[in-house]
Design a protein around this ligand. Sequence first.
Ligand code: F3S
Length: 64
Amino acid sequence: MRAVVDAALCQGHAQCVLVAPEVFELGDDDVAHVVRERLQEELRPQLETVVRACPVQAISLTGE
Ligand code: F3S
């Protein structure tokens, strides 16, 4: 599984960084970056929380 941040939507609310700091980092540009490429299935519940927590729906998960 991978997480993707739509940089055009992200407004730096940082909820993703709070919920999953091992996966997301806020850049100097105030846009979240994914710092881990491949994410274990065990992280899915946490990442689904992240998807819901982002106020502008900038995060999506892909199955690969
Ligand atoms: Fe951006 Fe949403 Fe995270 S706005 S910083 S992707 S909570």
